[in-house]
Ligand binder design. Structure first.
Ligand code: ADE
Length: 322
């Protein structure tokens, strides 16, 4: 039954640490604790609503999944993974993980699952890139640096996002990034991490065509370097205004990716081009940063980021996007 299959989702879903939780009282929440507002996001099996906590008046985003739909589409694994990853990232949130949406609590009713999340007031990064055509160098440096800090933290925990793209990068009220949508992510455990490299377990997951790495297309294996490929695509997109591999169909996009068929247009900043060229490398282990032991010193020391203080990014005032 749907409750059996999804009961695991509820099993460990107590509210998170009370000191950072928006609720004044302990105990399981329900949809009665919130006033639901407009739809702010829609996925293939979920809808995200703007909501207000009736006890604190705090605004939240609530992701609602229809259980029947989740089971019909065999997506229970995705939802469990998303919850597990959000829980890992929500621990010690302010100190270590300022660049992720935080999961406050989860609850369910007979038909639906609910995740209460940070509300990212300024929505997705994508329309900002589209609206201005492309980012200036300051904006590109700042926002790609925040994404890199976020990747460094996730990867240190063994989490690969696998669907990193400007639609999954949200902006809070201060215009800092909040990465979301961990339904496609993968958690490498310590023993797995080495095994994974050797065995190259097959899985059927492929992210979004424009940002998917060649290794996901050829041997269906993802590593943290797959997110570095996506970062290369996003830096290119910020500078050029379009993704590096675009074509009329997914099939043709995949062909271009596998042939590394992209060009940086005239006027593309030379240091940004050098960085993109070092991230968009077919062999994943040859990407800049792929062999770094801890953090991404080889990316951070690239001339493109000269003078950037990565440690204090979330305390800095973001450059105005124009
Ligand atoms: N769209 C999807 N998730 C969201 C969130 N947490 N905040 C704002 N918009 C969203």
């Amino acid at each position: 039954s749907k409750t059996d299959e999804l009961s695991l989702l509820a099993a460990s879903s107590g509210n998170l640490s009370s000191s950072t939780s928006p609720q004044p009282t302990a105990g399981k929440r329900s949809s009665k604790d919130f006033i639901f507002g407009r739809v702010i996001g829609e996925g293939s099996f979920s809808t995200v609503y703007l909501a207000k906590d009736i006890h604190t008046s705090k605004e939240l985003a609530i992701k609602v999944c229809d259980k029947r739909h989740v089971i019909r589409e065999k997506k229970a694994e995705y939802i469990k993974r998303e919850k597990e990853v959000l829980n890992m990232l929500s621990v010690n949130f302010k100190a270590t993980a300022p660049f992720f949406v935080k999961l406050y609590c989860t609850f369910q009713d007979p038909d639906r699952l609910y995740f209460t999340l940070t509300y990212a007031k300024n929505g997705e990064l994508l329309p900002y890139i589209t609206r201005v055509g492309c980012f200036d160098i300051d904006c590109t440096r700042f926002y790609s640096a925040e994404i890199l800090q976020a990747l460094e933290h996730m990867h240190s925990l063994g989490i690969i996002h696998r669907d990193l793209k400007p639609e999954n990068i949200l902006l809070n009220e201060e215009m800092h990034i909040l990465i979301t949508d961990f339904g496609s992510s993968k958690i490498l455990n310590a023993t797995h991490r080495d095994e994974e490299r050797a065995v190259r377990r097959r899985n059927s997951f492929v992210g979004t065509a424009q940002y998917v790495s060649p290794e996901l297309l050829t041997d269906k294996s993802a590593s943290p370097a797959s997110d570095l490929w996506a970062l290369g695509c996003i830096i290119y997109q910020m500078v050029a205004g379009v993704t590096p591999f675009h074509a009329g169909s997914e099939y043709m996009i995949f062909q271009k990716i596998l042939k590394l068929d992209y060009i940086c247009p005239d006027g593309f900043s030379p240091s940004a081009k050098d960085l993109v060229d070092k991230l968009l490398v077919l062999e994943s282990s040859n990407r800049l940063g792929a062999c770094d032991k801890e953090g991404y010193p080889s990316i951070k020391s690239h001339p493109f980021y000269q003078g950037m203080d990565f440690e204090t990014l979330h305390q800095q005032t973001p450059p105005v996007i124009s």
